[in-house]
Design a protein around this ligand. Structure first.
Ligand code: BDR
Ligand code: CA
Length: 308
């Protein structure tokens, strides 16, 4: 069994990614650590706890940072709904997280099993950057770090012309993690819009699966889907799930190893990935950037999870 630790600002597409990992026969999820991002921390914790319960698992969920490293949280509730889960009426309250702090759990889990833990990051990198600053030795002890963030080599951004939400929400954290020396694999928003759009046909195919998990995935995406269709997309996109697909099966991904820095200015620079596409002007390559992930393979993995 591969061992995953998932850091998440649980809203709709995070929840779908969590379902994919929890339901996969070859993956053991050690814990979920939650960070503020799409919604405030308390709501994200409740969303994560509900998702784990729906999957019938007992994976511990820990609360992490409630704010970015140096800035004030700006959520994405206008996209994911007020509760982050499409405002579709789920009972997202009253559950209790495990005792312990998310940042400590990241450090302890990685150092407790050197070379064995894959850290999958689905939200702003505030928890992960704090863990790196607290215990820099995790950078050598972690097996893989798969991050949904940035805009890869194709662009565009989803929160400004060139910035993607997770990096934009806590750009200082993204810059710290990117420069940390960890074995980084980035799956950017560009991959989500090229390979993970829920077209009408796929939407209907999900509904046809008919399981509670498939119904859940469709229902919680309804706010994002409405926004996407209103903005000329063919359907809602699934950035965290396609990052999880890559974490589960990297064998089909096309990858470029390049030098990446994250800019932490304000305005149009905030959270933008600076990528040395030529490979000779920016310094040593530090990130495996996924440049293509096959759409059919992604949806197969997702539908397999929904069938369980
Ligand atoms: C990322 O931001 C959030 O809205 C999603 O959950 C995903 O992690 C996409 O930019
Ligand atoms: Ca997320």
């Amino acid at each position: 069994m591969r061992r995953f630790l998932i850091d998440t600002d649980t809203a709709s597409d995070d929840a779908v990614a969590i379902v994919m990992a929890l339901q996969h026969p070859d993956v053991h999820v050690e814990a979920l650590t939650v960070v503020a991002g799409n919604v405030g921390l308390d709501q994200a914790v409740q969303n994560a706890l509900y998702t784990v319960e729906l999957c019938g698992k007992e994976t511990p969920v820990y609360a992490g940072r409630a704010q970015p490293i140096m800035r004030t949280l700006e959520t994405a509730q206008s996209i994911h709904g007020h509760d982050g889960m499409g405002d579709c009426g789920l009972p997202l309250h009253g559950r209790t997280p495990a005792t312990g702090r998310g940042v400590d759990v990241i450090v302890d889990t990685i150092l407790g099993s050197p070379g064995e833990v894959t850290l999958v990051c689905l939200g702003p990198l505030s928890n992960v950057a704090a863990a790196v600053l607290r215990a820099p030795e995790i950078t050598e002890a972690v097996e893989r770090v798969v991050i949904m963030g940035g805009t890869g080599v194709h662009g565009p951004g989803n929160v400004s012309a060139m910035a993607e939400f997770n990096f934009w929400a806590d750009p200082e954290a993204a810059a710290i993690v990117t420069a940390s020396g960890m074995p980084l694999e980035f799956v950017g928003w560009d991959i989500s819009i090229t390979s993970a759009i829920v077209t009408q046909e796929r939407h209907d195919a999900m509904l046809a699966i008919g399981t509670p998990l498939a119904r859940f995935g469709v229902d919680i995406a309804q706010a994002v889907r409405r926004f996407a269709l209103e903005h000329g997309m063919e359907g809602d996109d699934l950035p965290d799930p396609i990052a999880m697909a890559h974490a589960i099966d990297p064998s089909v991904a096309e990858i470029s190893r390049l030098n990446v820095k994250v800019m932490f200015g304000d305005g149009g620079q905030r959270g933008v990935m600076e990528v040395d596409r030529m490979g000779f002007v920016g310094g040593e390559p530090n990130v495996d950037i996924v440049t293509h992930y096959p759409s059919d393979h992604f949806f197969e993995l997702l539908f397999d999870a929904y069938r369980t």
